[in-house]
Design a protein around this ligand. Structure first.
Ligand SMILES: Cc1cc2nc3c(=O)[nH]c(=O)nc-3n(C[C@H](O)[C@H](O)[C@H](O)COP(=O)(O)O)c2cc1C
Length: 184
């Protein structure tokens, strides 16, 4: 069974609805998944320990809320520090080669706004080339991203209907992610 390392990059998991729902579903799976909650580490990473966890995994998953058309600073910091030269890239940096790589993220904006002429202006895929290149540069096999749209939930402003829809959509995305992981 493939060994899966899921890096959960939400900086405020206690305020999360969407990512928290996906993670709860993932935790119910009997696949070999280790979930690392970066926020619980308080922005300070034990880099050799993180690199050992990455090295031991066959599959690397990033789960995060979409922030400014990319990943949150917390996850970016982890990437910068852990996927370092000599480990992830460079002549000696071969640790990621051959691993599967999947990103799964929640976006606040609805699907139909991610197109030319609407508020988000471009299809979401156009914002994701950096992930594709991160995978290719480090020798990982990128999978199609798993995107859950319309996840903006504001307590006191959003309705119960909104909340139910977000939870339902996130459960579907978690199921999709688990299906993808079973192929690895
Ligand atoms: C700093 C910040 C930046 C955000 N940027 C985007 C964005 O670029 N596109 C988008 O669709 N939603 C954006 N959002 C909305 C979040 O993606 C959304 O609230 C989140 O996915 C909900 O997940 P959660 O319930 O786990 O927090 C942003 C939210 C914050 C706080």
């Amino acid at each position: 069974m493939a060994k899966i390392l899921l890096i959960a990059g939400h900086p405020h998991p206690e305020q999360s609805l969407a990512n928290a729902t996906i993670l709860e579903e993932i935790k119910k799976s009997d696949l070999d998944i280790t979930i690392e909650d970066l926020a619980a580490k308080g922005w300070n990473f034990d880099i050799p320990a993180e690199q050992a966890a990455v090295k031991a995994a066959d599959v690397l998953v990033f789960q995060f809320p979409f922030y400014w058309y990319s990943y949150p600073a917390l996850l970016k910091k982890w990437v910068e520090e852990v996927l370092a030269h000599g480990f992830a890239y460079g002549s000696q940096g071969t640790a990621l080669q051959g691993k599967d790589f999947i990103i799964s993220f929640t976006a606040g904006a609805p699907f139909d706004t991610y197109k030319a002429g609407s508020t988000q202006n471009r299809p979401v895929a156009e914002y994701l080339y950096n992930f594709q290149q991160l995978a290719e540069f480090t020798g990982m096999k990128p999978h199609d991203p798993i995107v859950t749209y319309g996840c903006m939930y504001v307590p006191g402003v959003s309705t119960e209907e909104d909340k139910k829809r977000i939870i339902s959509d996130c459960k579907k995305s978690a199921a999709k992610l688990l299906e993808e992981l079973k192929k690895c």
